[in-house]
Design a protein around this ligand. Structure first.
Ligand SMILES: Nc1ncnc2c1ncn2[C@@H]1O[C@H](COP(=O)(O)OP(=O)(O)O)[C@@H](O)[C@H]1O
Ligand SMILES: [Mg+2]
Length: 325
């Protein structure tokens, strides 16, 4: 019995304390709307603890968006209560997790449609692929997960890459004007050209869209390690798996740059991923340029006037390989 976490008669645990960094992240991204959601978070947590008859079982974790509370069910099963705003970004998550049914992804035990609350299988939050020392070994595990995740067609209710790509192309002209360096404007044009070439064949696979090393956690030993590693936190899209590569190319960047030859480091990762996923390299490079376009548009719309160094380096490495666009 984790009696230490129980307070008062009938309580399901102490009031949830919202981590200051999570509140700051919501304020930064969504201003007053974000702070209003944070203000309601302890009440929301208490309501779902009651509704699903859960007990708190340790300190909460968080990313930039979600609060994740370790809990136990009435029958003693460990689980994780994930709470996040319900919006365009998050509404596909339970849809995708249900489609995967635990195959390569965290199991969805329950969800409250429209409320931004999910009860998930508990994983080992202290062990992610970020902690696997050899980045290429971590990348191989991540890529093998991507193969399995992309084995399914996307179910209805998931956003389509085709629509995302069309919307990106519409935003290019105004973003272009806000980039100071002509080289960055050329890069934007090249990325937009790559998307234009591919947008007619955007694919129908169920993509995770945000599979970086922190979004792959180890299963807990007590679960019998049903799988050694599973994906969490999808922002699902229906599309071409080539659009999945950028997060794993970009994260753990110091290790890409460590050998001194950044282009070589990028291509080593790109080649490993495309080999494991069985992707056509030219198409995969095109969709990766599309993903760079997406990041640049977000950055520019947030007030940036230059393309980030890492994005430039990845684009340069891929274009160097691909030849002229
Ligand atoms: N099923 C789970 N079991 C245990 N911990 C989890 C689980 N899901 C998420 N976490 C922890 O919560 C953190 C944030 O969750 P995540 O789903 O990645 O949300 P965000 O969208 O905020 O990144 C993770 O980095 C991890 O530490
Ligand atoms: Mg995350």
């Amino acid at each position: 019995m984790a009696a230490a976490h129980r307070v008062g008669h009938g309580s399901r645990g102490p009031a949830i304390e919202v981590p200051a960094a999570l509140a700051a992240s919501h304020e930064r991204h969504s201003g007053a709307v974000g702070l209003a959601w944070i203000a309601g978070l302890p009440g929301m947590a208490a309501a779902f603890m009651e509704r699903w008859r859960l007990r708190v079982d340790g300190p909460p974790r968080h990313g930039a968006v979600a609060l994740v509370v370790p809990v136990v069910l009435e029958d003693g099963t460990p689980a994780a209560l994930k709470l996040q705003p319900y919006d365009e970004e998050t509404r596909g998550e339970p849809v995708a997790l249900r489609a995967w049914g635990g195959d390569g992804a965290v199991r969805l035990l329950r969800d409250a449609a429209g409320a931004g609350a999910m009860l998930l299988e508990r994983l080992d939050a202290s062990r992610s692929l970020s902690a696997v020392r050899d980045d290429l070994a971590a990348l191989r595990i991540l890529s093998e997960l991507l193969v399995r995740l992309a084995a399914r067609p996307a179910p209805a209710g998931v956003r389509r890459l085709a629509d995302v790509a069309d919307a990106m192309l519409d935003r290019v002209p105004s973003a272009r004007e806000r980039l100071d360096d002509p080289r960055d404007r050329r890069l934007l044009d090249t990325c937009a050209g790559a998307v234009r070439d591919l947008v007619g064949e955007s694919g129908d696979r169920l993509l995770h869209w945000d599979l970086h090393y922190d979004n792959v956690l180890a299963a807990r030993p007590s679960s019998g390690r049903r799988e050694p590693w599973v994906a969490i936190d999808p922002k699902p899209l229906a599309g071409d798996p080539g659009f999945e590569l950028l997060p794993a190319l970009w994260n753990r960047w110091d290790e890409v740059a460590a050998g001194g030859d950044v282009a070589r480091g990028v291509l080593r990762r790109f080649d490993l991923m495309t080999e494991v996923l069985g992707l056509d390299r030219r198409r995969a490079a095109g969709w990766t340029l599309g993903r760079i376009l997406q990041n640049v548009l977000w950055d520019v719309e947030d007030g940036e006037r230059a393309v980030r160094r890492e994005q430039r380096a990845i684009a340069a490495a891929l274009l160097g390989r691909r030849g002229s666009p």
